[in-house]
Write a protein that binds this ligand. Structure first.
Ligand SMILES: CC(=O)SCCNC(=O)CCNC(=O)[C@H](O)C(C)(C)COP(=O)(O)OP(=O)(O)OC[C@H]1O[C@@H](n2cnc3c(N)ncnc32)[C@H](O)[C@@H]1OP(=O)(O)O
Ligand SMILES: CC(C)C(=O)C(=O)O
Length: 511
């Protein structure tokens, strides 16, 4: 039996189904390139039929990467399959991912189709797609609540029609590890031809069982695991691929299987996905959380000082976490910065480097030590500027403990007009947001607000995440600065700009 477990990353499709997350084309391409560096085997770049913007992004991803197979999701209808053909034809290493629900709940209540209609439509869709693709994945949506006899029947039929990968998603995160493994054993025993296709699992984390279910599926003979970086995705998210890769690596003695994930790229990939989706990684998240390698209690610290193996089952270096993160300072030059950008995986041309260097020197005047995270934040802000319809020009706050704070905010719009707003609020951040609302002239609801310290020390950069609702649309925004009021205004504006960009470029994600 194969020792290799293929990784299918759906951060750009299921990951984008995370409420409030929306990636533009450039962001999708940037993530896809990093997924390629991280050794991902298959990238699901989107759902081509969902919107013209998604179709373009699927095409752009296929053009941007070489090694991974790039696929797009499609329903079992000709229009969806044609959209994938339009997006991907002309590229090498491409495929299609066709799905339909097979559980009675979904067939009766959602699709309003009988079993035989679902079977017939699936076979027709796979047969039609086989004219254009050699790599055809077929997924039985809600497979874990589907009748096993029906799964066996539909699997056998779609294999005959040309499916090369069979996926059995736990769409609603419902199944337990033993049940999931047993289903795969049964399918492998009963479905003719199943030994000739790649068997795949796709787990959601509604009950916190996504990782254990994926590992159980591997033990039952699955050779492809689908998931997302950082475990993002619809509702509670998908399995975090880095957890599966590290579990297999660390417990190779048990599983005897490995992925081709370039483990040293995990930290960088995780940070990129977190930054571009605006989804912070919880500190206690397995493998990549800030506390994953931190030891706080005396007994543990004593053990680690004497020998790291007492409390560390894996090394931070394995996932690319540098222990020495101090890099540049006020006296560093352009070449040192350029070299550091390359090491961090950025490809900046001379013009961009010039702008980043200017911002780097400004930051170095405000902050003694410039760390990798600071540089990442600078590039991120620089790249974000290209999409900014409103830019922050200035904030001034008057505040004393006996009265409400008052904020004056100046923004520049994309016609370079200076716009002024003034408002009070329950706190300084509230006053700033009210002043921005006044300028934008919209009802904006603040749904979530978080501050994290990105780097260490009194002059650390603060990172603010917000989630807002405007025009019935949800969006997240992120801002960074050594000043948390400025970071708050930047985050709020990033979310507003994201909604404005969405409105002008693609179908709105309505709630
Ligand atoms: C489990 C998953 O994650 S599945 C992927 C989910 N992702 C998304 O839905 C994101 C992208 N989706 C979209 O942009 C839109 O839903 C679209 C473009 C795909 C379809 O939009 P609309 O045509 O307006 O349909 P709408 O979303 O309202 O309803 C879905 C329709 O597809 C049907 N459908 C759902 N799944 C399938 C399928 N696998 N094969 C065929 N038809 C399907 C539904 O029964 C419904 O049909 P109906 O309109 O006859 O009732
Ligand atoms: C389309 C399928 C694979 C899916 O995302 C799910 O069932 O969760």
């Amino acid at each position: 039996m194969s020792k290799k477990i293929y990784l299918f990353d759906t951060s750009l499709r299921d990951g984008e189904q995370t409420p409030g997350v929306s990636l533009n084309l450039a962001e999708k391409v940037e993530i896809a390139k990093q997924l390629e560096k991280a050794g991902i085997d298959v990238i699901e770049a989107g759902f081509a039929a969902a919107s013209p913007g998604d179709l373009k992004a699927v095409r752009a991803v296929a053009e941007a990467v070489e090694k991974p197979i790039v696929v797009s999701l499609a329903r079992t209808n000709k229009e969806d399959i044609d959209a994938v053909v339009e997006a991907l034809s002309g590229n090498n290493n491409i495929g299609i991912h066709i799905f339909i629900a097979t559980s009675s709940i979904h067939m009766e209540k959602k699709l309003r189709m009988t079993k035989s209609q679902v079977l017939e439509q699936s076979v027709e869709a796979v047969r039609y797609a086989s004219q254009f693709f050699n790599h055809i994945e077929f997924s039985c949506e809600d497979s874990t609540r589907s009748d096993l006899d029906f799964l066996c029947e539909i699997s056998e039929q779609v294999i005959k029609a040309g499916a090369t990968v069979l996926n059995f998603p736990d769409t609603v995160g419902y199944i337990t590890p033993w049940e999931y493994a047993n289903r795969f054993w049964t399918l492998r025993k009963r479905v003719k031809g199943i030994e000739n296709v790649i068997l795949s699992c796709h787990c959601h984390d509604d009950l916190g069982m996504a990782t254990i279910n994926s590992l159980a599926a591997i033990e039952a003979g699955v050779t492809q695991v689908e998931g997302c970086i950082n475990g993002i995705g619809e509702r509670a998210g998908n399995v975090a691929l880095e957890e599966v890769a590290l579990a297999l690596e660390t417990r190779y003695d048990h599983f005897q299987k490995r992925t081709s994930m370039v483990l040293k790229e995990i930290a960088k990939t995780s940070k990129l996905v977190s930054r571009l989706t605006g989804m912070p990684v919880p500190a206690n998240k397995a493998v990549i959380g800030a506390n994953a390698f931190a030891h706080a209690s005396g007994v543990h610290q004593d053990g680690v000082i004497k020998d790291k193996s007492t409390y560390e089952i894996m090394k931070p270096e394995t996932i690319g976490l540098d222990e020495i993160d101090l890099v540049l300072g006020k006296l560093s030059g352009r070449n040192a910065l350029k070299q550091r950008l390359i090491t961090l995986g950025y490809d900046a041309d001379e013009d961009e480097l010039k702008n980043i260097f200017k911002k780097f020197k400004e930051l170095a005047d405000r902050k003694k030590q410039i760390l990798d995270e600071d540089i990442i934040a600078l590039v991120d802000n620089q790249r974000k500027n290209e999409l900014e319809l409103y830019k922050l020009r200035n904030i001034s706050i008057s505040y004393d403990t006996s009265s409400q704070p008052n904020a004056s905010v100046q923004l520049l719009n994309d016609d370079d007009q200076l716009l002024n707003g003034t408002s009070s609020g329950n706190g300084s951040v509230d006053a700033i947001f009210n002043a921005i609302d006044q300028i934008i002239d919209k009802d904006i609801e603040l749904l979530d607000y978080k501050i994290l310290s990105v780097t260490k020390g009194k002059d650390a950069q603060g990172e603010v995440f917000v989630q807002i609702k405007m025009d019935d649309t949800l969006a997240q925004g992120r801002g960074m600065s050594v000043d948390i009021l400025e970071a708050s205004a930047e985050a709020y504006l990033a979310a507003i700009n994201r909604i404005k960009n969405l409105a002008s470029s693609k179908v709105l994600k309505k709630i």
